[in-house]
Design a protein around this ligand. Sequence first.
Ligand code: FE
Length: 228
Amino acid sequence: MFAPETLYDISYGVYVITTKCDDTLAGFVSNTLMQITSSPVRVVTMVSKDNFTCPLIEKSGRFNVSILSAGAPKGLVSTFGYKSGRDTDKFASIAYETDSRGIPFFKQGVVSVLGCDVVGSTDFETHMMFVGEIVSGEKISEEKPLTYKDFRNIYKAASPKNAPTFQQKPNQAKMEKDLYVCDLCGYVYDPEVGDPDSGIAPGTPFEEIPSNWVCPICGVDKSHFTKK
Ligand code: FE
């Protein structure tokens, strides 16, 4: 037997991985990063081949890792996690800095930034695995790092479909109430909880949410939600 929820017990952090190739900036939210050796210091990460960023890392041979804090702004996660660089300039609305290599990174909502050179890669059909050698590391804040489990609780969202941890079926356990699911990011609107950050009080049925309300994670309108 295989219970898919067992995978949620694997611990991860949450990261924004960025690169610059020629004049193009790119980046995406990842939960797959781990240190694999200490001398030299190397990390490994998986990137979906469907990600705009993937071929740009392959070509540039370098990337940065902004390690998100527990207080990372939702805008950073929603922009870099649920939109594509093919049709959105992700860097237009988010403050960023660049390192000496010209590669962007973030300071707001970030605990540390790592600079990496790609020293190896392996093709895993749907994803590329990149081995990065750490060339720089800057401590940004003393906040607590965001864990993937906290991310799922805070954002009430599923993995983006390109993430290695994506699961086709949402968790069925809470699907008996009038829950509505965003078809883009997997955010589940629960009327018991509402969306207080957007002024939707707990107890508000989905049908009574104003039409100008948008998904708090990815920003799409109500038409993208379906009842579960
Ligand atoms: Fe959404």
